[in-house]
Design a protein around this ligand. Sequence first.
Ligand SMILES: Cc1cc2nc3c(=O)[nH]c(=O)nc-3n(C[C@H](O)[C@H](O)[C@H](O)COP(=O)(O)OP(=O)(O)OC[C@H]3O[C@@H](n4cnc5c(N)ncnc54)[C@H](O)[C@@H]3O)c2cc1C
Length: 296
Amino acid sequence: MPVSTSHRFNFNIGEFVTLSVLLKRPTSTGGIEENLVNRAYSIASSPTRDFIDLTIKEEKPYGYINPITGKSDAFAAYFNQQVKVGDKITVKSNLVKQHFLWKVAAGIEKNVAYWSGANGAQSARSLIQYMEDKKDPDFNLVLFYSNTKLYTDNGNSDIKQGEHQPVDSLNVIYYNWLINIAKKLENLKVIFTFTREQEMPTAAPNDARIIYRKGRFFLNPDGSPERTLFKYGRNVETSFNPICGSSAFINGIVRLPNGKINRGKGILQNLIEIEGIKPEKTDKEQFYLEQVGAKQ
Ligand SMILES: Cc1cc2nc3c(=O)[nH]c(=O)nc-3n(C[C@H](O)[C@H](O)[C@H](O)COP(=O)(O)OP(=O)(O)OC[C@H]3O[C@@H](n4cnc5c(N)ncnc54)[C@H](O)[C@@H]3O)c2cc1C
């Protein structure tokens, strides 16, 4: 998203903008309604760069109708379909003083272990670009990045790792970009975990800062607790742990099909209970409340 100098606003790593867009969406009676719809998006580029990049992931499928309201209430799928290059949209900055990376932006925390769900690495990308530009040798980032699978199924479950696969079936946001940038930045390490992957990607010998593991963070294959931060991180005591993703990823909170809220455990509790991290060494950015049974 190019920003003309006259409309430029200042921002810090970890901040987000709100998009307001007029979208045409279906109703259960076969009609179409046009409404102004707002959604928050983390800025995925560094304040040191000339462009504001946003990465918008569709959660609700195109055409999904909310059973209670009888209308579509999604944004992302309609935005991606209806907004074209050259269209003008309203982008509002949110200058929250104590956003989840404010201590990193202020230079108070420099040893960062960033925990990202499948949708949650946008601010990490902003931070990585910032580290690339600032070249501060004291900055260190370990990105813990959890996804279900590396590739979407594409209806072909026989595809083996290493065989040709269509590029557009990659399921991990920034996957190739992260692998390339980790080769360049000595103070960046990326730990990919795949919770439903059978075949694991193998890191090339020169990819010392890319690590692949299977299953949930904080869980060994035999079900016993794993000290994931201790195993892959850098100095547990000083590490600052921002967590970004859905409520399920952050603290195990999900909305059940009957509307009730179920409270489990997520990365936040694991960090405190398994690693002994102090709550003030954590922060979180929740993208949305996870609905059980919503994922297709
Ligand atoms: C501060 C902040 C920053 C954010 N930054 C980003 C960002 O950088 N990039 C990004 O992509 N998103 C970001 N989000 C989330 C974003 O605002 C949208 O929620 C997201 O793009 C999904 O939009 P949507 O229209 O598809 O779904 P929404 O209408 O926003 O709904 C999301 C809800 O849909 C549920 N859902 C998922 N699948 C289904 C299904 N099959 N059927 C029914 N319900 C379902 C989910 O469980 C979730 O509760 C951010 C949110 C916040 C609060």
